[in-house]
Design a binder for this molecule. Structure first.
Ligand SMILES: Cc1cc2nc3c(=O)[nH]c(=O)nc-3n(C[C@H](O)[C@H](O)[C@H](O)COP(=O)(O)OP(=O)(O)OC[C@H]3O[C@@H](n4cnc5c(N)ncnc54)[C@H](O)[C@@H]3O)c2cc1C
Length: 379
């Protein structure tokens, strides 16, 4: 007999686990089906920055609620997941960059947002004593920070299982069929389950899962690269980015530098791999040493890349499928979905269990990306 669940979540990354956890805590019977193992893709490769700084307005309110949830994460998953709120800083190297940052912060202020502030050279040196003196100022979010992705994966996984979620790993979903009761899910090895609702949290492969339900949602693929140094003496606490250049620079609790920030490798969705591009990594290393000359002669011990779906407007898709009742999407986080993990799961639980949410997800509707709906809108 086909086993029945209330909800089947496709994808055992952090978003799939968070949705499953929130649903199970609200008494739903939930199955998570993961093709490989929990954290195999983006959630195991992430830099784990918890950033509201420079967020697009379309996801800003959701991101601010997520930040509050990070500050109280222990109450959700029994662990703070290594989250330290040491702030995030976006540095300006020239007058043009500085005025762009000022315009953004002023615009936010005009709309009542106070989470970003401008800081001048003196405060910048206090926060980042080894920063190069050519930097003029920065925007700063004090309550942002970074976490430990592996602790987050462990905590979300064990909390979900403790809440009653069934987890099946090493089993890819390959078909979805609409039935009178809901959905029939077929997976590797001829396994089948049924459920009233489906969550598509399949990361870089979410477009393929959406197509199984009848949604044509064009997506690109990001292959963000990271590099990690040998352990160094502690010298920096906030996460640092540069206005106009690809860089995210931080020091882990272990002393290693974790350097990334949108440096792109070469993705291959069919082989589920990405290839590191040394020239691009070299650009990232250059940006890092321009900002912090003291790290010019350190050893890089490892580089890697992770695959993730990217949308045209860099905003995720969160919400019900336009074509397939009972299917809910959560993907396309375009390189900044880690911070959103606690809140997107709660949003999906609202939508699935009550049919609505008060959380602001209007800008994340799948239809904005779908050719069929774009045509309708323009005719
Ligand atoms: C290098 C890197 C650095 C990043 N840094 C940051 C950061 O600093 N801050 C931030 O906010 N975000 C960051 N991100 C983004 C963030 O990590 C992701 O947005 C987030 O982890 C996405 O989680 P997910 O659960 O949606 O996807 P994933 O973790 O990729 O999970 C999707 C899962 O679905 C499974 N799957 C796919 N197809 C099927 C199928 N047919 N059947 C069953 N399972 C399937 C996959 O195996 C995978 O495990 C970074 C990402 C990368 C790659």
């Amino acid at each position: 007999m086909t086993q029945a669940y209330d909800v089947i979540v496709i994808g055992g990354g952090l978003h799939g686990l968070s949705a499953a956890l929130h649903l199970a805590r609200r008494s739903a019977r939930v199955l998570v089906v993961e093709k490989h193992w929990v954290g195999r893709h983006a959630s195991g490769a992430t830099a784990a920055g918890v950033r509201t700084l420079n967020r697009d307005r379309g996801e800003l309110d959701l991101s601010l609620e997520a930040l509050d949830m990070w500050h109280a994460l222990e109450s959700l998953v029994g662990d703070d997941c290594g989250f330290h709120a040491n702030g995030q800083i976006c540095v300006a190297e020239n007058a043009g960059a500085l005025s762009k940052l000022e315009a953004r912060v002023n615009g936010l202020r005009a709309d009542g947002y106070t989470h970003e502030e401008m800081i001048g050279p003196a405060e910048l040196r206090r926060l980042l004593p080894e920063l190069s003196h050519h930097c003029l100022g920065a925007s700063y979010t004090r309550r942002d920070g970074a976490a430990d992705p592996h602790r987050a994966l462990r905590a979300f996984r064990s909390s979900a299982v403790d809440a009653g979620v069934t987890l099946v790993e090493h089993c890819g979903v390959n078909a979805l069929k609409k039935t009178s009761q809901g959905w029939l899910v077929s997976a590797d090895g001829g396994r089948e389950w049924s459920a009233g609702a489906i969550v598509n949290a399949a990361g870089a492969w979410s477009g393929r899962v959406a197509a199984m339900a009848g949604d044509d949602i064009p997506l690109a693929t990001k292959s963000s690269m990271m590099m990690v140094s040998e352990r160094l003496r502690p010298f920096i606490k906030p996460v640092v980015a540069i206005m106009g250049r690809s860089l995210s620079f931080k020091q882990s609790d272990q002393g290693t530098l974790v350097i990334g920030g949108g440096l792109q490798g070469i993705p291959d969705l069919d082989r589920e791999t990405s290839t590191a591009r040394m020239q691009v990594l070299a650009k990232g290393a250059r940006s890092a040493t321009d900002l912090f000359p003291s790290v010019r002669d350190i050893r890089i011990v490892r580089v890697w890349a992770g695959l993730e779906a990217k949308t045209d407007d860099m905003l995720p898709v969160v919400g019900p499928s336009p074509n397939a009742p009972g299917v809910f999407h959560a993907f396309g986080f375009s390189g900044h979905g880690f911070e959103l993990v606690p809140v997107v799961g709660a949003t999906l639980a609202d939508l699935i269990l009550t049919g609505k949410t008060s959380r602001p997800i209007q800008a994340l509707d799948a239809r904005r990306l779908m050719p069929a709906f774009a045509k309708e809108k323009s005719s």
